[in-house]
Write a protein that binds this ligand. Structure first.
Ligand code: NDP
Length: 282
C-alpha cells in the first residue's frame, strides 16, 4: 500500500481558521483579546524563524503579540525580570520562551519562573505533573499536534499498540502519556532499546522523535500503521528531512507535518488561557 499523506499544513490551517473565529467572538463578547508574550534571546537563525512564524500566525488569528527580542548577552537575572513582568501583565495569557537559551542561562530556572497559568508551551513542572495525572491546564504544543494528527485519520487510538521512539520531556514523554490517557498500549523507546526495529514493527501507531535523518526505514513499519514523524533534520544541501524514510500507511511529511501543527497548538493554548481569564469554559 502506498503512503497516505497526513497533511499537517492543511489541518493546522483549519485549526487556525477556527481559532481566528473564536478569538473574534471572545473579543466581541468579553473585550478580552488573547495575548502571547514571545521571548527570544540571541541570534540563532532557526529560533528567529520559529518565533517569526509564530508571530505571523498570531497576527493572522487576531492574537496580540508582546514581542521581546533580547541580545545573546542577556543575563539570567534580566530574563527573570522580564518573565516576572509578563507574568503580571493582564494583556498576556500565554508566554513562549523560545528554546534553546544561551548556555549561560539555566533553562530549567527560566521555565519554572513562567506562571503555570500562562505556560503556553506546557513545560512548567506544574503542567507536566498535571499531564501525568491526565488533567493538564496546558498541553505541550508538539505532542498536542501529534495527537490531533493521529485523530484526524479517524482511526481510534483506544486499544492500539503505540510505540514512541524518543523520550525527551518536550516530545517523547508527553506524547506517550497522551496516548496512554487515550487507552493505547504504549511502549517508549530510546537509544538503549534493544532490537528497535522489532519493537517498531509491532506498532499500529508509531511516533518518531529522535532527530536522526531517515533513521526509521520501511522494514521497521507494520503495513497500514499511522506514522508521525516529528524529526526535523537539516541535510548538508540545506534541505530538511524527518526521522522516517519510507512509504507505507499514513505518514506525516517533513516539512509540512508536525511543524505547522505545533504553531497552531500554541495559538490554541493561548486562546484557551484567555477564555479561562474571561471566565469561559475551555
Ligand atoms: P532530544 O534530542 O531531546 O531527544 C531525542 C530522543 O531520541 C532521546 O530520548 C534519545 O534517547 C532518542 N534517540 C536518539 N538516538 C536514538 C536511536 N538511535 N535509537 C533510539 N532512540 C534514539 O530531541 P527532541 O525530543 O527535542 O526532538 C526530537 C526531534 O524532533 C528533533 O529532530 C527535533 O528537531 C524535532 N522537533 C520538532 C518539532 C516540531 O515542531 N516539528 C518540535 C520539537 C522537536 P536517549 O534518551 O536514550 O538519549
Amino acid at each position: 500500500m502506498g503512503a497516505q499523506l497526513l497533511d499537517g499544513k492543511a489541518l493546522a490551517q483549519q485549526i487556525r481558521d477556527r481559532i481566528a473565529k473564536d478569538t473574534a467572538e471572545l473579543v466581541a463578547k468579553t473585550g478580552v483579546r488573547p495575548g502571547l508574550a514571545a521571548i527570544l534571546v540571541g541570534d540563532d537563525p532557526a529560533s528567529k524563524l520559529y518565533v517569526k512564524n509564530k508571530q505571523k500566525a498570531c497576527d493572522a488569528a487576531g492574537i496580540y503579540v508582546d514581542e521581546n527580542r533580547l541580545p545573546a548577552g542577556t543575563t539570567q537575572a534580566e530574563l527573570l525580570a522580564l518573565i516576572e513582568k509578563v507574568n503580571a501583565d493582564p494583556k498576556v495569557h500565554g508566554i513562549l520562551v523560545q528554546l534553546p537559551l544561551p548556555k549561560h542561562i539555566d533553562s530549567r530556572v527560566i521555565l519554572e519562573a513562567v506562571s503555570p497559568l500562562k505556560d503556553a508551551d506546557g513545560f512548567h513542572p506544574h503542567n507536566m505533573g498535571r499531564l501525568v495525572e491526565g488533567m493538564p491546564l496546558f498541553t505541550p504544543c508538539t505532542p498536542k499536534g501529534v495527537i490531533k494528527m493521529i485523530e484526524s485519520t479517524g482511526i481510534p487510538i483506544e486499544g492500539t499498540r503505540a510505540v514512541v521512539v524518543g523520550r525527551s520531556n518536550i516530545v517523547g514523554k508527553p506524547v506517550a502519556l497522551m496516548l496512554l490517557h487515550r487507552h493505547a498500549t504504549v511502549t517508549v523507546c530510546h537509544s538503549k532499546t534493544r532490537d528497535l526495529p522489532a519493537v517498531c514493527r509491532e506498532a499500529d501507531i508509531l511516533v518518531v522523535a529522535i532527530g536522526k535523518a531517515k533513521f526509521v526505514t520501511a522494514d521497521m513499519v507494520k503495513p497500514g500503521a499511522v506514522v508521525i514523524d516529528v524529526g526535523v533534520n537539516r541535510l548538508e544541501d540545506g534541505t530538511f528531512v524527518g526521522d522516517v524514510d519510507f512509504e507505507a500507511g499514513w505518514i506525516s511529511p517533513v516539512p509540512g507535518g508536525v511543524g505547522p501543527m505545533t504553531i497552531a497548538m500554541l495559538l490554541d493554548n493561548t486562546l484557551d488561557s484567555a477564555k479561562r481569564t474571561a471566565g469561559m469554559k475551555t
